[in-house]
Each structure stands twice: as C-alpha cells, then as structure tokens.
Design a binder for this molecule. Structure first.
Ligand SMILES: [Zn+2]
Length: 447
C-alpha cells in the first residue's frame, strides 16, 4: 500500500506472543490530540468486515464504543470521542485524516503474531513540550485488528465462556491508548518486575480469555497528556522559553492554567536554591547564571477526586541572569608583526555575551582613532601590526547588562619564527628573532 503521509507514522503493534515480562515507566509515542480535536471522531468497519472475525457481526461496533468509553471514564482527563458511523474499508487509509477501526487487516499489514496495531500520523506541528519532550499534533490514527486472531466478546470472557480468544474490547482499549499517544508500560525484552507496569493496559502483550482495564500506570500516562495542566508566565520574558535580567533583579511569576480558580497551592523552585509557596511568586536573582524554573501546582476539581490534581511544570534554562561581561585576554606572538589574541573572558553564563569588538590604537593608550584595518569581531583574532612599536589593544564585550572592556599595551617587535624555513645561513638571525619575541612587554589594565 502506498500512502502519502503528512507526518511521521508511528506503528504500535500489540503482539500476541508471550514472553517473560519487564520495567520502564509508561512511555508516550510523541503525538497527542489537542482540545480543538475533541470530540475525537472515529469510524468503524461495517458488519460485513466484522463478520470476518470470530465475534458476532453486530458485536464490533458496540465493542469499540465500549472500549473508547473505558478511556473516557478515566476521571480528570479532557478528551471525548464520537462514534461517527460505519464505513467500508475504502475509508481506511493511514494518513487520510479519518480515524478508522478495521477488523480484518485489509491491506495485510500485520505480521503473524500481532493481534492488532495502531497506525498514527502527526501533522508535523508542535502540540506542546512536556518535561522536555516535544509532542506533535496527531492528525490521524487507525486501528487494525489482525485477520487471523481468535477474538471473543467481553461478556463471554467475563462469564467464563471464553473460546480461547482475546477480549475484543480489551484489544481495542490497548490500541486506543496508542491512538491517544501512550506507548507500552513495558516492552517485550524489558525486565518488567513492577506489577503496576505488568498489569497495565499498555503492557506490550495480553493473554487470551482476560479482560483488562486501565490501571494506575495507564491513568498516569493519560493524565500527563490530557489531564489538568498548568504553566507560568514571568516578568523579564523575551520569549516563551527565556527571561533575561541583569543581576540583581526580581523575577515575578504567575501560574497559568485552564481555570486558575482551581489552584490550591504552588511550590516554586527558581534554580538557584530560591523557593516560594505563593501562587504569584517573586524571586531576586543575585548571581549571574542560567537557571531552570520549576513549579508544582495543586488544584481541586470534582472529577479529580478528593486529592485533586497535581501538575509539575518546568522550563529548563529559562532564566538568564546576566552581570556585566568580564573581559580578559592575553596574546602570543606568532611570526613577524603578527600576534594571536587569546580570549580568557568568563563565559560560564550562556548568552550574557552577545557582541565583541577589538580595537587597536597606536601608542600606550586608547586615545585617538583606532586603526581601522585592525578592528575585528572575531572571538580570538590574529592581528598583524603595521610596524614595530607600542600599541594598545582593547577588547569590548557587550551583553544584556552593558558593555565592558579590557586593554593591553603591546610592545610589538618583529618576532620571527625559529621554524624550519630558515636556511642554515640565516640560523643565527632566526634565533635572534625568537629572542625578540620573548621581549614582548605587556601592561595589563582592566576597566
Ligand atoms: Zn501496543
């Protein structure tokens, strides 16, 4: 099957092989639906397709509705689905924007051993960043049951009349978890000892004649993507991910949430050891640095039970606290009138030096006009002076907090390299040249 996909396709297969279990927290697949996508519409293959399975032809549609209902019943999540009707397999094509559930692997995509799979496509736009992971906006997700799998109804299994097949509803629930963006709680070869992960709906495989339902791990995974959410905005913001200030400065932050009246408490960590338990918090940064700001927000919502909800939000490297640049440099003679500048400025705080300019003045002070040809923007320029004599070299560093400069006076002598290009006859001269290089005098002055 050839399809043109708008984004990347993630294929999550529920394998039907049984191996020893394993341990990882729940994982996400990297795609997510947004509030504007709700209700999530889905189509189901018709009775003719359902008749190709081992459940009654009229069972497939209600089974899929029941399966989506199980996800919707999780408290404190914000997604809804809508059964949009049946259609034949012509409607099924990954990437066509139609969420479709097929029962007989119409394009023969699934390998033997796979019970079912979810094929999800994103539209390559960023939905949000959560805990440093970027989630792309989902666009289409199809679920495919393999055609050679023995399926049974949830009722038969519940009532002990299992035919040895897999619960169709449970399989649907697992694949729908993938549609929502959940990965597996454990993969086939993981050492999965935590019962919380082993018993999860999103465990990589399932056993026949079993009903499975979302447990703690599945709920945490979904809530992380679709549950109550909080963020913050601060003063000194230059972009969503960056606030710049000049020390000392007071950063003021407030929490943003879908409904801020739900918020009952907050705990901020400002990255330099400073904390606050105010919903609207402020903090004074004294020392230059790049700091991560993090807030844990607690809120009340009837759906979320007595303990309410909790959400942790952080922005890595969010605060750039700058002081004046601290310029410092030295130099070494290279050859002839050429000298290499060596920049030793403090660069420990990222982003606090934004501009550099070197200027060279004739004589022992930075008076008059700099020599135009020697003005440079490089971090460590190599300067060739026009003739021997005294020069003053100034390095200016600019940043958010302002500009500062360092200067050195160099007594330029014609230093000649003692390298191998000298002929035997010029040997003595070469040595003299190297000696001259050592006589370079520097006076350092800091502004
Ligand atoms: Zn799976």
């Amino acid at each position: 099957m050839t399809t043109t996909l708008r984004g990347s396709l993630s294929l999550a297969v529920l394998a039907g092989v049984f191996a020893s279990p394993s341990a990882l927290a729940w994982e996400h697949l990297g795609h997510v639906w947004l509030p504007e996508d709700m209700p999530l519409e889905y189509y189901v293959a018709d009775e003719e397709a359902c008749a190709l399975t081992t459940v009654p032809p009229e069972y497939c549609t209600p089974a899929m509705q029941e399966a989506w209902g199980i996800w919707e019943d999780i408290p404190c999540v914000e997604y809804t689905t809508l059964y949009a009707g049946v259609c034949d397999n012509i409607g099924y094509e990954p990437g066509n924007g139609l969420n479709y559930i097929a029962f007989d692997d119409p394009y023969d995509e699934l390998e033997a051993g796979a019970i079912a799979a979810a094929l999800s496509v994103d539209d390559r736009t960023l939905a949000f960043v959560l805990e440093g992971t970027a989630y792309l906006h989902a666009y289409d997700s199809d679920i495919v049951f393999n055609d050679n799998v023995l399926l049974d109804t949830r009722e038969n299994i519940r009532e002990g009349r299992c035919n040895g097949g897999f619960d169709m509803v449970s399989i649907g629930v697992h694949e729908m978890g993938h549609t929502l963006g959940l990965g597996h709680s454990c993969e086939e070869n993981d050492l999965c000892t935590d019962p919380k992960l082993k018993n999860a709906m999103m465990y990589w495989t399932g056993a026949p004649c079993n009903n499975f339902d979302p447990v703690e791990d599945d709920i945490e995974g979904t809530t992380a993507l679709y549950g109550p959410y909080a963020s913050f905005v601060c003063s000194h913001t230059v972009s969503e991910d960056l606030a710049i200030g000049i020390v000392p400065f007071e950063l003021k932050c407030v929490i943003t949430a879908e409904d801020v009246t739900e918020i009952t408490s907050a705990y901020w960590r400002f990255g330099d050891g400073g904390t606050s338990d105010q919903v609207a918090a402020s903090h004074v940064y004294e020392e230059p640095g790049n700091y991560t700001v993090q807030v844990t927000v607690n809120g009340d919502r009837e759906d979320c039970g007595e303990e309410g909800w909790e959400y942790n939000y952080r922005r890595v490297g969010y605060v750039r606290a700058c002081g004046l640049p601290e310029p410092e440099f030295t130099f070494e003679p290279v050859e002839g009138l050429t000298y290499q500048m060596l920049n030793e400025s403090n660069v420990s705080v990222y982003g606090c030096i934004q501009d550099i300019q070197w200027e060279v003045y004739k004589g022992g002070s930075a008076n008059g006009n700099p020599i135009t040809e020697l003005t440079a923007k490089a971090w460590e320029p190599r300067l060739t002076f026009p003739e021997a004599g005294e020069y003053t070299v100034v390095m200016n560093l600019g940043g958010p907090a302002g500009t500062s400069a360092a200067q050195l006076t160099i007594d330029v002598k014609s230093a000649r390299s003692s390298g191998g290009c000298d002929t035997a006859g010029a040997g003595a001269l070469g040595a003299a040249g190297a000696l001259a290089g050592l006589l370079v005098v520097a006076r350092r002055r800091r502004d």
